[in-house]
Write a protein that binds this ligand. Structure first.
Ligand code: BG6
Ligand code: MG
Length: 217
């Protein structure tokens, strides 16, 4: 099937903000009195802020009241935002812009499909807002990945059928969301983690629309 749109997750696909999420959650864990490892962090990828906090608390064996949870999530977000406000345009991952340029030249639509409520701020810092024909982020969706809502809204916003769209994801929940929505998925990262994706890449360096088409055939 023809590729009419590419839908991109943000954190870990377009920009390496996953490391900042990790550092902020780790700091929160330390404040709460437990260690939070990089391995634990895999479970948080692609997951909404509040759900991430629930997983973190489960790992630490802690229970907080709703009020305490909201305060903790706000604190984590403050630390996270501190990191991302220091980010420059060079933080965009290698090859992403060149791939966007190829999509533009070929008339393939570009949409964002992210769980993050900080997505706009990040796109602005990277100066890539204008590449996107549609931006669907954590402020537009009710259901978290692996629910396909974020990607279905993205496909709809750029006027293509799910079967004509390809999703790029670094999280297992995100690949699942794409497949649940009837889209094809390209896993960016470890194929063992991103099971079910029709194609796997390490990143966008040297990646082309031609390679995408060939890989999905
Ligand atoms: C996802 C990240 O893109 O966004 C998760 O993979 C993060 O780690 C989620 O928790 C929500 O982000 P934010 O910026 O709204 O806290
Ligand atoms: Mg991600």
């Amino acid at each position: 099937m023809e590729i009419k749109a590419c839908l991109f997750d943000l954190d870990g696909v377009v920009v390496d903000t996953a490391k900042f999420h990790f550092l902020a959650w780790k700091r929160l864990g330390e404040e709460l009195g437990f260690d939070f490892t990089e391995e634990d962090n895999e479970r948080l990828k692609g997951v909404s802020r509040m759900r991430s906090l629930d997983i973190l608390l489960e790992i630490g064996g802690l229970t907080l009241t709703q009020e305490e949870k909201e305060a903790a999530a706000a604190k984590k977000n403050e630390w996270y935002v501190e990191f991302i406000t220091k980010m420059g345009t060079d933080e965009i991952l290698p090859g992403v812009k060149s791939f966007f340029d190829q999509l533009k030249a070929a008339g393939v639509k570009i949409a964002l499909g992210s769980a993050s409520k900080n997505a706009m701020m990040i796109l602005e810092r990277l100066e890539i807002v204008n590449y996107f024909d549609a931006i669907i982020d954590g402020t537009h969706v009710e259901k978290a990945k692996p629910d396909p809502e974020v990607f279905l809204k993205g496909a709809e916003a750029v006027g293509v059928q799910p079967g004509e769209a390809v999703v790029f994801e670094d999280a297992a929940a995100g690949v699942e969301a794409a497949l649940n929505g009837g889209m094809r998925a390209v896993g960016v990262g470890d194929p063992a983690v991103l099971k079910g994706a029709q194609m796997h890449i390490d990143g966008f360096e040297g990646f082309t629309l031609e390679k995408l088409r060939a890989g999905l055939e």
